[in-house]
Design a protein around this ligand. Structure first.
Ligand SMILES: [Zn+2]
Length: 285
């Protein structure tokens, strides 16, 4: 089917208390593993990209790949731009066919974040595309952005309410709740109370960033507390590499590339299906 919009997908997830998995694609094979995994479990899915990955392949090739993959299945697939501060990149994504975008103003002051998010909101909503916005500071490394876990700041509830009042049509809201990007250094310290306070005061689906490394019980608690979009980036990236290196270890003399691509695809697809099943979006397409 044609590329889907994220807002209705996440509204349904919010109401029915399941999580839609959002994977950061790397290349065509990685996108194929995500879309096929979702199709096999009849689940909605989000393919998202960091600006770094877009810079590698270009807007048009990525949009073509994901559109073609989406056309080949009958589950909703949204194409989303992850953490972005550059309005030009946002515009280029929308022009190329992205169905949602994120503006990340979390490193700005609260007032400046609202001011700049408004610019992104106008661009996105006038094009009929959903917007994700963030407040607080999610720890860890994502793309070129690094926030020391000690410096990570939980989103303030009053600020969440005020922020969302400016953006009633926001597709998804990302308040920092203690999760971190990358690989967790210690135990993830999720502020469930804060999350519940936010979801009881803000009626916009919540995005959970920093999903890799959380336990099943932590995912289900976040999802039942209102997280409708669950981001998985690091796991998918590690499996992208492990697919190759794992086969190289067992068959060191193999010189044909296609078995490596197959092994990588199967490992990533298994990871995708595991996450979809864990988040309860199986059968929810
Ligand atoms: Zn993130």
């Amino acid at each position: 089917m044609p590329l889907a919009h994220m807002k209705p997908m996440l509204k349904k997830a919010q109401l029915e208390k399941f999580g839609v998995a959002a994977f950061n694609m790397i290349d065509y094979n990685s996108a194929r593993a995500v879309v096929d995994g979702a199709q096999e479990l009849n689940a909605p899915v989000i393919i998202q990209l960091s600006v770094k990955t877009i810079n590698l392949w270009g807007f048009q090739p990525i949009a073509e790949w994901v559109r073609m993959l989406s056309d080949s299945v009958d589950v909703p697939v949204a194409l989303h731009l992850d953490h972005c501060k550059d309005l030009n990149v946002i515009k280029n994504c929308i022009d190329a066919g992205w169905t949602s975008v994120m503006f990340d103003g979390s490193s700005l002051s609260f007032k400046e974040n609202i001011r700049q998010t408004k610019l992104a909101y106008e661009i996105a909503t006038s094009a009929g595309v959903g917007l994700e916005a963030e407040i607080g500071a999610i720890g860890g490394t994502e793309d070129d952005k690094f926030v020391a876990e000690d410096d990570a700041i939980l989103a303030n509830v009053d600020e969440c309410v005020e922020f969302c009042q400016h953006f009633p049509d926001l597709a998804v809201f990302a308040p920092a709740i203690g999760t971190a990007h990358g690989v967790y250094k210690g135990e993830p310290n999720i502020a469930y109370d804060r999350l519940t306070e936010i979801t009881s005061s803000v009626d916009i689906p919540i995005a959970l960033h920093g999903g890799t490394g959380l336990e099943a019980e932590q995912f289900s608690r976040c999802i039942s507390s209102g997280c409708a979009k669950v981001n998985i980036s690091t796991m998918h990236k590690l499996q992208f590499i492990q697919g190759f290196t794992g086969l190289k270890e067992t068959q060191p003399n193999l010189g044909e590339p296609i078995p490596f691509i197959d092994a990588q695809y199967e490992l990533m697809k298994k990871g995708v299906k595991d996450m979809i099943a864990l988040f309860g979006s199986q059968g929810k397409a």
